[in-house]
Design a protein around this ligand. Structure first.
Ligand SMILES: C[S@@+](CC[C@H](N)C(=O)[O-])C[C@H]1O[C@@H](n2cnc3c(N)ncnc32)[C@H](O)[C@@H]1O
Length: 187
C-alpha cells in the first residue's frame, strides 16, 4: 500500500528544506538501522556516514531506491542496502530484535501508524532507537501533508503508548525551522 500523501517533489527542492546532518545529530542512531520510506536518500546518506553499521533504506518506489543506490555508489558508501519493499504489506526484511535503530521520518501521517510503530518495535534490539521527525502543524510550513492527517507530537506519543514496549527518554524537541522530533527506546 502506497502511503497517502507520500509522493515527493523534485529532489533539489525537497533537500533545500532540510539540514539532514544537523537533524541526525539530535538522535542516538548507531549500528544497523532500517529506514521506512527512504525517498531520495536525503537522510540515508548522512546516516550511513555516521554509523559503522548498515543502513537498510526501504522504499516502495523503485525510482527512489535506484536514486539511493546511485547516490551511495557515487559517494563510495558501501554500508547502504537499498531495497524496493512495501513495508505496510510485508514489514521490514529483518528478524525480531536484530536492529539498533528505525527511522520514521516524514512518514507517520500514513494510514496505519500503529502498524509502522509495531513493526519498528519488533525489529529493534532492547535499547534500540526509533527516531521520528515530522512537519509541525502549529506553524505554516512550505510542504507537508494536509493538516487533517499531520500527526502532532501528542498523537505520536499516544500511539507509542498504545503499542507498548517503547519508552520516551526525553520530551519532544523542535528541529527548526519546520519540524519536530521524537525519540523512543525499545525496552
Ligand atoms: C514523504 S516521503 C519521505 C522520504 C524520506 N523519509 C525523507 O524524509 O526524506 C515518503 C516515502 O515513503 C515511500 N513509501 C510510501 N509508502 C510506502 C510503503 N508502503 N513502504 C515503503 N515505502 C513507502 C514513498 O515512496 C516516499 O519515498
Amino acid at each position: 500500500m502506497y502511503l497517502r500523501e507520500s509522493s515527493m517533489p523534485a529532489q533539489d527542492y525537497w533537500e533545500s528544506l532540510f539540514d539532514a546532518d544537523a537533524i541526525l545529530t539530535h538522535f542516538g542512531l548507531h549500528g544497523d538501522v532500517a529506514e521506512l520510506g527512504c525517498g531520495y536518500g536525503t537522510f540515508t546518506l548522512p546516516l550511513a556516514r555516521r554509523t559503522r553499521g548498515t543502513v537498510h533504506a526501504i522504499d516502495i518506489d523503485p525510482t527512489m531506491v535506484e536514486t539511493v543506490q546511485r547516490r551511495a555508489a557515487d559517494a563510495g558508501l558501501d554500508n547502504i542496502k537499498a531495497a524496493v519493499r512495501d513495508v505496510m504489506a510485508g514489514g521490514f526484511a529483518a528478524a525480531d530484535a536484530t536492529l539498533d535503530g528505525v527511522v520514521l521520518f516524514n512518514i507517520l501521517h500514513g494510514e496505519l501508524p500503529l502498524v509502522m510503530l509495531t513493526e519498528a518495535r519488533r525489529v529493534l534490539k532492547p535499547g534500540g532507537t526509533v527516531a521520528v521527525i515530522h512537519w509541525r502543524s502549529d506553524i505554516a510550513t512550505p510542504r507537508g501533508p494536509n493538516l487533517a492527517i499531520r500527526p502532532s507530537p501528542a498523537a505520536i506519543i499516544a500511539w507509542v503508548a498504545h503499542v507498548g514496549g517503547l519508552e520516551m527518554p526525553r520530551p519532544p524537541f523542535l528541529l527548526p525551522p519546520w519540524h519536530f522530533g521524537l525519540e523512543f527506546t525499545r525496552q
